[in-house]
Design a protein around this ligand. Structure first.
Ligand code: ADP
Length: 475
């Protein structure tokens, strides 16, 4: 047996330890999916010991105690170890985390201190363990600093030749506000005119600049981030790195998201007995006081209420097609202005619109398994999970052709795509979808097409494994 490839996987959140959003799904799935490939990979996951992490059900022990240098005095680090289905997981603890109440703070400098500390402590940990990784795999800005750290330690025999890779889940969040922390932990700005001045001392650009390979979470997003519309000011730099940029779509946890076993549904179903979906649809119609009629198309959104997600576009589109017969559930929370335009739609159409302003995992499952269409008019969508879950549950996505939506939905086959971020254009796509809904055989064929697509992590994990191997083969 050859020596396994050692992958140090760094991420700020990982389900089931801690999950705030889609990144937590990835942190909790991809490392295990890589191990499950049996591809001779030794993957180790390192996450921060956020105060939100519950330890009651965890078997953890203290693995290491050390300090890392910082201006004003060395900072103590404690590292705990646990296992997740055979995966080694290390949790990094220290003052920046034990003093924080939230996983992500609204104060950028507080998060800067937390994640610069975390990135450098994770590197020091593996040196203490004498576990030299072949590849350090960072995710988003929170762990990007680690790649800059590896770059700066190339004279150190432990780090010399270690390869680095960063996955970009959302380019727009770069970690601005971390400058003081970077300086305090001994990381100066990089002096390279290829990076815009503001990016020379910011974690995400530094991580992209240091990385041997850059992975965007879908092939379309990999292209998009090299354009002014989506590049967040880094498009020029990313164009100069285009040979090192690829796209790999995320998977979904197909065990957790399984309509044939999901206990939240009123009746389970598979693609062989899709008729059973109607029980959950009727339940939703009853719960929200809508007319109970399976022939009325039921539409939904399940989303963070953020400008990115285009809730306003969907609401504008629904108003444009108000003469048609439809019902809609808007589940989500976030930005208060967006929440209030959702509430306004409900008060204008009380018998057929319901705005549910909260996070509700159980209801989200019932929506995926009961509605006819899921609307995703995102202004940008690096990958998106909701559309994949919807297809797996027999709901047809009506989505903007951007990023991962474009790569996972086949227009007219498993969903409906539209190009412009405008209510008028989205209304056109909804009209098309509503027409097909009336042709039951065609609709059923689309549902089956979506349900038969393989959105499991296996395919994506294989692509990462191939990339690790090709990266290592490079000089
Ligand atoms: P993002 O990570 O940008 O928020 P994704 O589509 O990648 O978007 O993932 C969102 C995930 O969060 C999905 O699993 C979706 O079901 C879930 N979600 C979003 N909002 C809610 C909500 N209000 N209640 C329950 N689940 C939600």
């Amino acid at each position: 047996m050859p020596i396994p490839l050692k992958i140090l996987f760094l991420v700020s959140e990982a389900d089931p330890f801690v999950k705030v959003g889609g990144l937590g799904d990835v942190g909790g799935s991809l490392p295990n999916a890589l191990l499950d490939l049996n591809a001779n990979l030794d993957v180790r996951l390192v996450i921060p010991f956020h105060t939100a992490i519950r330890t009651d059900n965890l078997e953890i022990h203290r693995e290491a105690v050390f300090t890392i240098p910082r201006a004003g005095g060395d900072v103590p680090v404690q590292v705990f170890h646990t296992e997740l289905r055979g995966l080694h997981v290390y949790l990094i603890s220290g003052d920046p985390f034990s003093q924080a109440t939230k996983v992500y703070d609204t104060d950028a400098a507080v998060d800067g201190e937390k994640f610069v500390f975390f990135s450098l402590a994770a590197l020091e940990l593996v040196r203490r363990l004498d576990w030299r990784p072949d590849i350090v795999h960072a995710n988003d800005w929170h762990t990007a600093t680690a790649l800059y750290g590896v770059h700066r330690m190339q004279d150190d025999p432990f780090w010399a030749g270690v390869k680095t890779l960063i996955t970009v889940h959302n380019l727009c969040y770069m970690g601005a506000g971390s400058e003081a922390a970077l300086t305090a932990y001994g990381l100066p700005p990089v002096n390279d005119i290829n990076l815009p001045w503001w990016g020379q001392h910011t974690p995400m650009p530094l991580g992209l600049w240091s990385a041997d390979e850059i992975v965007a979470v879908s092939p379309s997003y990999a292209e998009e981030i090299q354009t002014p519309e989506y590049g967040c000011g880094l498009e020029g730099f990313l164009q100069s790195r285009h040979e090192s940029i690829t796209g790999i779509v995320n998977g979904i946890d197909t065990f957790s998201w399984d309509p044939s076993k999901d206990e939240s549904l009123l009746e389970n179903f598979s693609s062989d007995n899709l008729a059973a979906r109607v029980v959950t649809k009727r339940f939703l119609q009853t719960s929200f006081g809508f007319a109970v009629n399976e022939n009325i198309p039921l539409l939904a959104m399940v989303t963070r209420m953020d400008q990115q997600k285009g809730v306003d576009i969907a609401i504008g589109a629904l108003r444009l097609i108000q003469k048609l017969n439809w019902q809609a559930i808007l589940l989500g929370s976030g930005n208060s202005e967006i929440e209030s335009i959702a509430r306004r739609l409900e008060s204008d159409f009380p018998n057929r619109v319901c705005a549910v302003i909260r996070y509700d995992g159980k209801l989200s499952r019932q929506i995926y398994g009961g509605v006819d269409m899921l609307m995703m008019p995102s202004r940008y969508e690096p990958c998106g999970l909701a559309q994949m879950i919807a297809m797996r549950y027999g709901a047809i996505p009506v989505a903007r052709a951007t990023g991962g939506l474009r790569d996972t939905i086949a227009e007219g086959y498993s969903g409906f795509l539209f190009t412009d971020s405008s209510p008028g254009v989205m209304a056109g796509a909804l009209r098309r979808a509503l027409k097909v809904f009336d042709y039951r055989e065609d609709w059923l064929a689309m549902q089956k097409a979506g349900m038969s697509a393989d959105f499991s992590w296996r395919i994506s994990a294989n692509k990462y494994a191939e990339l690790y191997n090709s990266l290592l083969a490079r000089k």
